[in-house]
Design a protein around this ligand. Structure first.
Ligand code: TGC
Ligand code: FAD
Length: 390
């Protein structure tokens, strides 16, 4: 395969400033040098490339759109371009970075005490500590408000009981941001440190998706948390859902990267693969239709991401805008992966090419952080004023 040079059909780059291009280039080089050479093997062996965490920290990729505590303070568009490039490598890599920054650093940064921020943010930013985010439970995924995990105040401690499921980076995390219902029935966030008695984490095996990412279950059995580990700045479902806005935003850009990887692979393959009269398959109208559809959807996804990013930078973004971004961009990325797989014929199913890995990864991305259908309902509620979840 020829060296990857990005995908830009409509001079999208003319909309980017120098900082944004530099961030994208830095992330692209990291992916090209450190991820592409190892990712198929890591995926095959179901190994997260943990050795790269300190380097990701040095590059400023953790909590990159936050300010202070060593964070890079990037614009949201620069941040999005970074997640796009990381997911061009692998959705699992982008997941790790999303969780660390948007789901662990962001709640500590936004809802944490000064002591919590001083303790955790520099470590998480540098990749010297790893975080996870526990919202989903075995019985409550799309409807986290029903959660069963409980936190009961006893003296100067909270006692946690319950179970979380499908938690990215769970078993390798030094700190878990865990959401639990308190006695007043309000959901609050707690920082649970690795090794706390009564806290156990185990890994989910047998995944055919996000194989190079750690996915875990977490269990809390009479797990005593010091009261200073409660996130003091928020109560209610609004707390975890505000974190999801941050992560869904990064996913909306990231999915474009996976789509670009598949499109670029399919285009190169179609120009060289010959069938019938020794002509490249790219010379047939049906193949061109697929490629034309793919590049059109990539362009639309880029423009949506850019606009939502500029709105976010201006403090004008609505969660429903982010739902549209996540829903649309992951949806088209998955469809692009499927069409690209088709263009490669039988070669599309093996890991000599990246497509099947991206396709399988995108099945998880389609489901996590709000399923595609849940985001349709969020948009539906925004435009009709009627919530249709129940
Ligand atoms: P609802 O009654 O609508 O709202 C409850 C309170 O939350 C507020 N709110 C939000 N606040 C901030 N951002 C948002 N996006 C918000 N959406 C709602 C709302 O204003 C209200 O506040 P208040 O103060 O009035 O109480 O809640 P609901 O129970 O009807 O649920 C709505 C629904 C279905 C949209 C929500 O539950 C939802 O988004 N469900 C999907 C769950 C989900 O996305 N889980 C993700 C788990 S984390 C994950 O998947 C990580 S993957 C990691 C990786 O990248 O590897
Ligand atoms: P369900 O909620 O049971 O949904 C099943 C189906 O029913 C879906 O098609 C859904 O759209 C549909 N459905 C549900 N309710 C409605 C409705 N009202 N109307 C119409 N259709 C509906 N969670 C975390 O907290 N932290 C993490 O780090 C994390 N990482 C993850 C990593 C991976 C690899 C995966 C796969 C998941 C992860 N999750 C994480 C969990 C993820 O957020 C949930 O899987 C997701 O929210 C969906 O929940 P569910 O799987 O229980 O599906």
């Amino acid at each position: 395969m020829a060296k990857y040079g990005g995908v830009d059909f409509i001079d999208f780059d003319s909309q980017l400033n120098d900082e944004e291009k530099l961030v994208r280039q830095t992330a692209r080089e990291f992916v090209e040098n450190e991820i592409i050479p190892i990712i198929e093997k890591q995926s095959r062996e179901a190994q997260f490339p943990k050795h790269l965490v300190p380097q990701l920290g040095e590059l400023g990729f953790f909590g990159a759109n936050l300010h202070g505590y060593g964070c890079a303070g990037m614009s949201n568009v620069a941040y999005g371009l970074m997640t796009q490039e990381l997911e061009r490598g692998d959705s699992g890599l982008r997941s790790f970075v999303s969780v660390q920054g948007a789901l662990v650093m962001y709640p500590i940064y936004t809802f944490g005490s000064d002591a919590q921020k001083d303790k955790w943010l520099p470590l998480l930013q540098q990749g010297k500590a790893i975080g996870c985010f526990g919202l989903t439970e075995p019985q409550f995924g799309s409807n986290p408000g029903g959660m069963l995990t409980r936190a009961v105040k006893k003296g100067n401690k909270y006692v946690l009981n319950g179970e979380k499921m499908w938690i990215t980076s769970g078993s390798i995390a030094d700190v878990a941001v865990v959401w639990a219902k308190c006695e007043d029935e309000k959901i609050r966030g707690f920082l649970v440190e690795k090794g706390t008695p009564g806290f156990k984490a185990w890994d989910v095996h047998g995944k055919w998706s996000l194989r190079a990412s750690v996915t875990s279950g977490l269990a809390f059995t009479d797990c005593e948390i010091p009261e200073e580990n409660l996130l003091p700045g928020v109560s209610g479902l609004r707390g975890p859902l505000s974190c999801l806005n941050q992560a869904r935003y990064g996913i909306g850009w990231g999915a474009i990267g996976a789509a670009m990887a598949c499109y670029d692979t399919a285009l190169q393959y179609a120009k060289t693969r010959k069938q019938f009269a020794n002509k490249p398959i790219a010379s047939h109208q049906l193949v061109q239709e697929k490629l034309a559809w793919m590049i059109t959807e990539i362009v639309k996804a880029q423009l949506l991401a850019m606009h939502v990013g500029r709105l976010k930078d201006a403090g004008k973004v609505d969660p429903a805008h982010i739902s549209m971004l996540k829903m649309n961009n992951v949806g088209i990325a998955l469809e692009i992966a499927r069409k690209s797989r088709d263009v490669l014929g039988a070669n599309g199913i093996v890991d000599d090419f990246c497509i099947m890995r991206h396709m399988n990864n995108l099945e998880s991305v389609y489901t996590y952080e709000g399923t595609n259908d849940i985001h349709k309902l969020v948009i539906g509620e925004k435009i009709t004023g009627i919530a249709a979840y129940v």
